[in-house]
Design a protein around this ligand. Structure first.
Ligand code: PLP
Ligand code: CA
Length: 310
């Protein structure tokens, strides 16, 4: 009982928590690597976990890479071999969601990357919209004359570096044409992507909000903190929440999803979150903010090495 208190995971508590777990879900950026650089000691920690028989899965809100590209990145950075079925990216999970939610033959209008398009193709969903948009006419008022694809029954919004006003117009046209029957799906709501040195670029949440604002309706989000992403893992593998640890660097996505799914949550400080933020939530007296407090924290997942034996 009582609000969750976050403790450093070390010593006997670390050994006990790891011994009790049979599955670990790893967020990627900020936990295993930062950009193209592996977190020091992270690959060794995962090697030990794999050698101890733990199931390792990867849950990432980044919709800009395919499952296959993630297995390749893990390999390139020296992590233990992973198969595509261990990768739960928001692009894969979005494709999976649409496959179950759309009638056969229905297509998606996609604001997103080539990787998102590839994941849709892998499950047989026709799509259009990715890549730079050609302007359908000289002025926005003319654009609404351009033909619409009759088979579109969903608008999917992911990370799209070619996002434009013309695409936003097109997304709105599909949503207005289809009404509530046309699905509106977002891969994730991350507001910003951190770059080295405190810099950041706008995240997919900005693009999802633009479409939601135009359409005046709320998107279904497949990524963290929605439990849909955990449910995708649980449909693929026999995971017991009580024996699963969610490892992440972000409170409002990784830790919130883990806590709401009944997992043990572990924050690592190699990413976007500082411990002061955890303390702020913990001492807030606000139940909604308590759900952002992890069970444990480490400075880096390399700190798990001593608890994994020599
Ligand atoms: N979305 C995009 C487009 C990204 O590039 C990243 C990180 O690189 C993320 C989301 C966050 O990914 P993760 O959930 O692995 O931290
Ligand atoms: Ca992260």
């Amino acid at each position: 009982g009582g609000p969750r208190r976050c403790r450093r995971l070390e010593g006997e508590a670390a050994r006990a928590a790891l011994a009790n777990a049979d599955t670990l879900l790893f967020d990627c950026d900020g936990v295993l690597w930062r950009g193209e650089a592996a977190v020091s000691g992270a690959a060794e920690a995962l090697e030990r976990l794999a050698a101890a028989g733990k199931r390792l899965c990867y849950v990432t809100n980044n919709s800009g890479r395919t499952r296959a590209a993630y297995t390749e990145k893990l390999r390139r950075l020296g992590f233990p071999p992973a198969e595509p079925r261990h990768i739960f990216s928001s692009a894969f999970c979005a494709a999976r969601y649409l496959r179950q939610a759309l009638p056969p033959g229905a297509a998606a209008y996609v604001l997103g990357s080539a990787a998102l398009a590839a994941e849709l193709e892998a499950v047989g969903i026709p799509h259009l919209g990715t890549g730079p948009a050609a302007l359908p006419g000289p002025a926005p008022a003319d654009w609404v004359q351009a033909p619409l694809e009759p088979a579109v029954r969903a608008v999917l919004v992911g990370f799209d570096e070619h996002f434009s006003y013309a695409k936003l117009c097109q997304a709105l046209r599909y949503l207005l044409r289809g009404g509530p029957e046309c699905l509106l799906v977002g891969t994730n709501r991350d507001h910003r992507l951190p770059l080295e040195g405190g810099a950041g670029i706008p995240g997919t949440g900005c693009l999802v909000k633009a479409v939601e604002t135009a359409a005046q309706r709320e998107a279904f989000i497949v990524g963290k903190p929605n439990r849909f992403m955990f449910d995708c893992v649980a449909q693929e593998f026999p995971v017991d929440p009580a024996r699963t640890i969610m490892v992440g660097d972000r409170l409002d996505t990784d830790i919130l999803m883990g806590n709401s799914c009944g997992l043990t949550t572990l924050l690592t400080l190699t990413g976007v979150t500082a411990l002061d933020e955890v303390r702020g939530h913990q001492d807030s007296g606000c139940p909604a903010r308590h759900s952002l407090v992890p069970d444990f924290y480490v400075d880096s997942i390399a700190d798990l090495l001593p608890a994994l034996g020599q």
